[in-house]
Design a protein around this ligand. Structure first.
Ligand code: VGL
Ligand code: ZN
Length: 207
């Protein structure tokens, strides 16, 4: 069974948001167009406590983009974003949320980040998404959202590792590009790991 997985379609990742991704808002109409064609639609939300260890503001003299060691893992520092229950953490209002069957929250523990919708960055804990998809009979996952080079990429790689057939809806993703070329590299990494990279029109033709 085919499932649509919407990654972090939240205000803070759209233009004007705290961790804005260029053209992030442009993926919303494509998501809405695809939603109706899938029997199962699942979303993730980046959902941080206010003192999350990925926030540069937690550390004196640190700036977003710098890298620290957080509980034994390399951690990129970000502006404060997607704080639980804040406006920035809400799903974008234009998204047809009534079509979403279940939402999985990630990054909820202060001492570890979670780019993937399946596991935290240390693969220490699961969010339950993988088990849920398998219980529902999902075998194929079509992924779109924000940001291509972080949460989308790590979700796709984990989905492949869990045995799902993975297709990335390329025109319905946008990236951070902290370094120029990061999005291209991320696409290549996903392709090499076994993901198909598709345009939404190709997806619509096969679902
Ligand atoms: C994300 C950086 C920090 C993402 C989340 O959704 O890609 N990126 N938190
Ligand atoms: Zn985050």
């Amino acid at each position: 069974m085919k499932t649509l997985l919407l990654i972090d379609l939240q205000n803070d990742f759209c233009p004007g948001g705290a961790l804005e991704v260029k053209e992030g808002d442009l993926v919303i109409p494509i998501a809405n167009q695809l939603l109706d064609h899938f029997p199962l639609v699942v979303a993730t939300q980046d959902w941080h406590p206010a003192d999350h260890g990925s926030f540069a503001a937690m550390y004196p003299f640190r700036r977003p983009g710098q890298i620290i060691n957080l509980d034994g893992l390399q951690q990129v520092l970000w502006p404060i974003h997607c704080v639980q229950d804040s406006f920035g953490a809400e799903l974008v209002a234009g998204l047809e949320q009534s079509k979403i069957h279940k939402i999985f929250y990630k990054g909820t523990e202060s001492n570890i980040d979670s780019y993937s919708g399946f596991f935290d960055n240390g693969h220490r804990k699961s969010t339950g998404l993988g088990d849920f998809l398998k219980e529902q009979g999902a075998t194929e996952v079509y992924i779109l959202g924000l940001a291509t080079d972080y949460c989308v990429k790590f979700s796709a790689l984990d989905a492949l590792e869990l045995g799902f057939k993975v297709s990335l809806v390329e025109d319905a993703c946008r990236g951070v590009n902290l370094q120029e070329g990061d999005v291209e590299l991320a696409l290549e990494e996903m392709r090499t790991a076994g993901a198909r990279i598709l345009h939404s029109t190709e997806v619509l033709a096969e679902v």
